[in-house]
Ligand binder design. Structure first.
Ligand code: ADP
Ligand code: MG
Length: 866
């Protein structure tokens, strides 16, 4: 055990002057160890509490957390002198006190005789005039404060019976509060310092007599066992009554009860209180608030997870114990043996006290063995001497020289005790019980909160579900209404469409009727045309009926679709696509209706004007197509039929007579019909027989209208395919008429017709000379300036035809001399167009060149070509 105390490390002062005041002749005065702190008065006589600086605090980990390395703290010892009592004042009146106190020097002089004394230093020297308050402050207060900080503490009084141990420790001060002893004052300070909400103070009050521990709070409990923790060595008295103290009054009551029990027990045991040890054990349990607050703030910086960890960290508690021991009288038993105990009993009575003395001696001498286990008192005070407690001893002495021996022995006890070093340690530990309680409360709170939230969520879900159901119902209702509206709208549109269609049909029916009526007044035969038209209309009506059937079919389809839509009304996408589909079908239907109407218009227009897109003159087109491409006719199958019927029904004579009608329109219609008929080879003879050719030639001569001339020329061209007709055309001056038409015409199609007609005539062997004579070749070549490929093709064909006939005549020997074609200047054009890009032109020219070569112009031609 360390012999030197750390300056300032203890609670009882820091003065280190330890000079021994040797009186003359004195040799036995024990020397206080150099460098040891001593009790010192700090300002105004009050003891300065120099509680330590860096006392080790509990570590964060581990179960038990008393600081591992304690701070060295010497047992503090004060000496208190009792004033002379009445008996002493009388008996010792002539004698001086056996001690002389020098409190300012903290010295006590023990007189050996009149001229010799020993001087002893104590941590404090308390004279007979020292107040109870001062004694408390010097002896006990630093220990009490230390206990409140978490250290164990011991305050003990040692001395001869009657020197004031109980007076110092146990006075209640009922009559005079100034007389309150250390126990009362200590408890006042403790109760004043603790926080009732977090800290607890409890106590046990015991008496040790004849090595038996009696419970002064429950006297039945008269042999309480000391239990030692095998791990820590801490001793405890689990059998003792422990009472929690909340206020000073209840503490005082407990002290009184204890005292009363002590008196009763001593009576029963036939002893005196001076022979027993009274032990008050005060347990202080305090929560370390500052630490946990610091932990929380640190954890807040480290984030949520460490805060969680901290909430699971048990709070730290400091458990400290204040032991106040009023020892039995220290006088030798044999000396006070008035009680009549046997020597064995006396030994037993004094066992604890003598053991304490031995232990203190051993500790003071740093002996290897300290006989702690020899008595119950030393076992109970194990922590107070050589342990971890802060210990303060007050030795009480009387002034009487008659008791010098006891006084000396008491002083020596105190001196030895001053050499005992303790290692004070903080008694901190984790408070798992409190953590458990806190977590239980937290858990209850969380469960309650959880239930509250669950209920809230359940309510929310219920509310949202109800709202959603309401909205769905609303949406369904709206959807149903809008679907119904849509359906009605479409239905109405269909009805309107049908109505419009029917109105159109009525208009169609009325309009031609009206016209036919007018025409029938001018020409009854046109009624037949109308009849024909009626048939056409009938077919159109059939088509309309078909369409109506389609409509009703569509309506059925729509009904099915509507049923489908109703079934899938919640699926808005499907509904939308269905709607689109319906709209598409409506569009198709409308376009069909429009087409029908257009067809009807066209039919009507055709009949009105006769100016159709080739339907009336398919023959002419096919003729041209035939002559150009040598391909079979493909057109005129459908639309020709009504014209042919017309021809049969109306009669050719009537149609031809219309060519001379006063009405220009009628003439145009008639010439188109005739031309159309002339396109058919079967009709050509009949037309010519009925005078149609003559009428056509007349039109060519007389008509101002180029359309008529063009159509007439086309018809003549068709008729000119026949050899007999060619003769007739020539005979009636057709070549001259065609030449005139060619020179007047501006429309390439007119020129094409004229060129076609002349080209056909060019192919007649017998008419060569006459054709040339009437200017046919020149007219043909004159049309070259038009430049239209169709016209040029006809010209080339004419030249080829002509050249063929000439070469044929030359071959047969019928013809001699120059080519008429060459004479009329055809050769340059032939040569020029021999490589024409248009195949029909090129082919006819090549043919013409072949014929010319045979005729004797071969070399010429080749020369020209080269
Ligand atoms: P102990 O407990 O040591 O046997 P007590 O405390 O019973 O001694 O004291 C014996 C007597 O001396 C008591 O009457 C007590 O009032 C008185 N006495 C003790 N100390 C003082 C003191 N400092 N001042 C006045 N009277 C005292
Ligand atoms: Mg006493």
């Amino acid at each position: 055990m360390a012999s030197g105390a750390r300056n300032g490390g203890g609670g009882l002062g820091s003065r280190t002057t330890a000079k021994m005041d040797r009186q003359q002749g004195s040799t036995a005065t024990p020397k206080a160890p150099a460098g040891k702190p001593r009790l010192s008065a700090a300002g105004g006589g009050a003891y300065r509490r120099t509680s330590s600086g860096p006392l080790p605090a509990a570590g964060a980990g581990g179960g038990r957390n008393s600081s591992e390395s304690g701070v060295s703290s010497r047992v503090r010892v004060a000496v208190r002198l009792r004033p002379r009592n009445a008996e002493e004042q009388a008996a010792d009146a002539d004698f001086a006190d056996c001690v002389e106190l020098q409190p300012e020097l903290k010295r006590l002089k023990l007189r050996k005789n009149n001229w010799e004394s020993d001087t002893f230093e104590f941590d404090e020297v308390l004279t007979e005039f020292s107040s109870q308050k001062r004694v408390y402050e010097v002896v006990a207060k630093p220990v009490v404060e230390s206990v409140l900080e978490g250290y164990n503490g011991t305050v003990m009084a040692y001395g001869q019976t009657g020197t004031g141990k109980t007076f110092t420790l146990g006075r209640l001060g009922d009559e005079d509060t100034a007389a309150r002893g250390i126990m009362v004052r200590a408890m006042e300070d403790i109760l004043a310092d603790i926080t009732p909400e977090t800290d607890t103070v409890s106590l046990s009050y015991l008496q040790l007599y004849m090595e038996m521990i009696q419970d002064l709070l429950d006297p039945v409990n008269d042999n309480i066992a000391i239990v030692e923790d095998p791990r820590t060595g801490d001793v405890s008295l689990p059998g003792a009554t422990v009472v929690e103290v909340r206020d000073q009054k209840s503490f005082m009551d407990l002290l009184r009860i204890g005292e009363a029990h002590r008196v009763a027990a001593n009576t029963k045991l036939n002893t005196e209180s001076s022979r027993s040890h009274a032990i008050l054990m005060v347990n202080v349990r305090r929560a370390v608030k500052g630490r946990s607050e610091m932990n929380v703030s640190m954890s807040a910086e480290n984030g949520h997870s460490s805060s969680m960890m901290d909430s699971l960290r048990p709070p730290i508690v400091r458990k400290s114990k204040l032991v106040v021991v009023d020892l039995a009288g220290s006088e030798r038993i044999d000396k006070s043996g008035s009680e009549g105990h046997t020597l064995e009993e006396a030994k037993s009575i004094n066992l604890s006290l003598s053991s304490l003395g031995k232990c203190i001696n051993a500790l003071a001498e740093s002996s290897a063995h300290v006989p702690v286990r020899d008595s119950k008192l030393t076992r109970l005070l194990k922590d107070s001497f050589g342990g971890t407690a802060r210990t303060s001893l007050v030795v009480t002495i009387g002034p009487s020289p008659r008791h010098r021996g006891e006084t000396t022995s008491t002083i020596m006890f105190g001196q030895r005790a001053m050499k005992v070093q303790n290692m004070v340690k903080l008694k901190e530990e984790f408070d798992y019980k409190s953590l458990c309680r806190r977590l239980d409360i937290e858990l209850d709170k969380l469960i309650a909160e959880n239930e509250r939230q669950r209920k809230y969520f359940d309510d929310e879900i219920e509310r949202i579900t109800a709202e959603a159901q309401y909205r769905v119902a609303e949406a369904e209702k709206e959807c149903k209404v809008s679907l119904e509206n849509e359906k009605m709208k479409y239905h109405q549109e269909y009805l309107d469409s049908i109505k419009i269609l029917e109105e159109k049909w009525k208009v169609h029916q009325q309009s031609p009727k009206k016209q036919i009526k007018e025409e029938s007044t001018s020409n009854g035969d046109v009624q037949d045309l109308l009849q024909n038209e009626k048939m056409l209309r009938q077919s159109a009506e059939d088509e309309s009926n078909d369409l109506k059937n389609q409509l009703s079919h569509w309506k059925k389809m729509e009904a099915t679709a509507t049923a489908e839509v109703v079934r899938l009304r919640r699926m808005l996408d499907t509904e939308a696509s269905q709607k689109d589909k319906l709209e598409e079908e409506i569009a198709v239907l409308k376009s069909q209706l429009m087409q029908l109407s257009l067809d009807a218009d066209e039919t009507r227009m055709s009949l009105d004007t006769g100016d159709g897109p080739g339907k009336i003159f398919p023959g002419l087109d096919s003729l041209m197509s035939h002559s150009r491409n040598s391909q079979p006719r493909e057109q005129s199958n459908g639309p020709k039929a009504p014209v042919a019927k017309l021809f049969e029904q109306v009669g050719l004579q009537k149609i031809l007579s219309l060519l001379e009608s006063e009405e220009p329109d009628v003439r145009v219609h008639a010439v188109k019909v005739v031309a159309n008929l002339a396109a058919e080879e079967a009709n050509q003879e009949k037309i010519v027989e009925a005078g149609g050719l003559t009428s056509l030639l007349m039109l060519l001569r007389s008509s101002e209208d180029e359309t008529i001339r063009r159509v007439a020329a086309g018809a003549i061209a068709n008729l000119a395919m026949n050899e007999t007709n060619q003769d007739l055309i020539m005979a009636q001056g057709g070549v001259t008429l065609l030449s005139m038409t060619a020179s007047d015409a501006e429309d390439p199609q007119t020129l094409r017709m004229v060129a076609g007609a002349i080209a056909n005539l060019c192919g007649n062997d017998k008419l060569q000379t006459r054709l040339r004579g009437e200017g046919g070749i020149k007219a043909l070549l004159g049309m070259v300036k038009c430049g239209h490929p169709d016209v040029l093709a006809q010209i080339a064909r004419g030249i080829a035809n002509f050249a063929k006939c000439e070469s044929r005549a030359a071959t047969q020997g019928n013809k001699v001399g120059r080519s008429l074609l060459v004479d009329d200047g055809a050769l340059p054009w032939i040569v020029k167009n021999a490589n024409n890009e248009a195949a029909p032109i090129r082919r006819h020219i090549e043919l013409a060149l072949c014929h010319l070569a045979q005729h004797g112009y071969y070399s010429f031609s080749l020369t020209q070509l080269k």
